[in-house]
Design a binder for this molecule. Structure first.
Ligand SMILES: [Zn+2]
Length: 325
C-alpha cells in the first residue's frame, strides 16, 4: 500500500533480501482478472486506450502491495503503470474479497497518477508521501475513496486478513496510516446520511482516528451536550506564528462525569483540523468545581468542537465550541 517515492528509498535497503519466489502464472492471472473487473466497474477512469498496468513481484517481506508508474510515465507522459504484489499474500491465503479491497486501494493511486501530468500530480504526491503527516492524510483519503466507490466490505476484509499477520508495532502503524474497520463502518454511515462531510474531508483533512469520525457523526445527528455543561473558553494570546492559546473551563451542570477523556478539535473555515486536535484526561467533571485545561493551536481557527468520551455509563457526547474566537 505504498507508492513509488517510498519504494525508491527502500529499493536500496531491501534489495539484498531478494530471492524469494516469483508470482505464479495462476496468481498473476487472478490479480489481472480482479484489476480488469475493477477497471470495468468502479475505476472506469482507467479505461483508456493504450493504458497498461504491469504486475511485478515484491520481494520485500515488509510490504504486501504497492502502486507505481513506469519511468516512461514520469518523463514522457506514457500511460504505463505498475502494481506490485508480494507472493507472500498467497502463501498466507488472502481471500478473494480482501484481494479485491486492497487492489481497489492501489488502483486509486494509479487513478491519481493518471489524472494529471508529472508536475501537477506526480511531484506533489511524491512530496506528500515523504512527510509522515501528509502521507497519513494521503493514504487515509485513498481508503476513503475506496469506501466512496462502495467497496467497504472488501476493504474491511483486507484489514481483517492483514491485522493478525502484523506484529504489534506494525499493527499500530497501519491503524494510524490507514482507516480501521471500526472507522470504515462509521464512515459508511456518514456516506449514506451526510456525504458532504466526506467531501469536506477529501478537500481538507481527514480524521486521524475514530474520535474525529465519531465527532462528525454525532454532530450531524445533533447530539449536542452543551446543555449539560457550563463551559468557558478564554483566549489567552494570539500570535501569528506561534498560534493561539486558550484556557478551557468546564463544569457539569447536572451530574458528575467520571473517567472522561475530552478531545478538542479546532476548525477553520475549511473544516476540522484533525492534525491540531488536543486530548485531555479529565478524571472527574464536577458540578461544584470547574476543571481547567490549557490548549494552543497553530494557524487561524474559527472555533473548537469537543468530543467527550469514556465517561462512566455515558455514550460519547458532542460539545459545540464557540465560534469567532
Ligand atoms: Zn496506499
Amino acid at each position: 500500500m505504498r507508492s513509488i517515492f517510498v519504494s525508491l528509498i527502500l529499493i536500496f535497503s531491501f534489495k539484498l533480501t531478494a530471492g524469494e519466489r516469483k508470482l505464479t502464472a495462476a496468481e498473476e492471472k487472478k490479480v489481472h482478472a480482479i484489476l480488469a473487473e475493477l477497471i470495468d466497474s468502479t475505476h472506469s477512469s482507467l479505461r483508456k486506450p493504450r493504458l497498461k498496468i504491469k504486475l511485478h513481484t515484491i520481494d520485500n517481506p515488509a510490504y504486501f502491495f504497492e502502486s507505481n508508474f513506469g519511468v516512461g510515465r514520469a518523463l514522457l507522459g506514457m500511460k504505463r503503470y505498475k502494481i506490485g504484489v508480494n507472493p507472500l499474500v498467497f502463501d498466507k491465503n488472502i481471500p478473494d474479497d480482501a484481494l479485491k479491497g486492497v487492489l481497489a486501494h492501489e488502483l486509486i493511486h494509479t487513478e491519481d497518477y493518471a489524472s494529471g501530468n508529472t508536475f501537477n500530480t506526480l511531484i506533489p504526491i511524491g512530496i506528500a508521501v515523504l512527510k509522515s503527516k501528509t502521507k497519513i492524510q494521503y493514504e487515509r483519503k485513498t481508503d476513503l475513496k475506496v469506501i466512496l466507490k462502495g467497496l467497504e466490505k472488501e476493504l474491511i476484509a483486507y484489514k481483517n486478513w492483514q491485522y493478525p499477520l502484523l506484529n504489534p508495532n506494525d499493527l499500530r502503524t497501519k491503524k494510524k496510516e490507514y482507516l480501521t474497520p471500526e472507522e470504515i463502518r462509521l464512515i459508511v454511515e456518514l456516506r449514506d446520511t451526510h456525504p458532504e462531510v466526506l467531501k469536506e474531508w477529501l478537500n481538507y483533512k481527514i480524521p486521524l482516528d475514530i474520535d474525529g469520525v465519531e465527532l462528525a457523526l454525532i454532530s450531524k445527528k445533533r447530539l449536542f451536550a452543551n446543555h449539560l455543561f457550563d463551559m468557558k473558553l478564554t483566549k489567552e494570546f494570539s500570535q501569528k506564528k506561534r498560534g493561539q492559546k486558550f484556557i478551557l473551563e468546564l463544569k457539569s451542570l447536572k451530574q458528575k462525569f467520571i473517567g472522561c477523556t475530552l478531545k478538542a478539535i479546532p476548525y477553520s473555515k475549511k473544516g476540522h483540523n484533525f492534525d491540531e486536535a488536543r486530548i485531555f484526561k479529565l478524571n472527574e467533571i464536577d458540578t461544584k468545581k470547574s476543571v481547567r485545561a490549557w490548549m494552543s493551536f497553530k494557524g487561524k481557527m474559527k472555533g473548537v468542537d469537543f468530543i467527550l468520551k469514556s465517561c462512566e455509563g455515558q455514550n460519547s457526547l458532542f460539545i459545540k465550541g464557540f465560534p469567532n474566537l
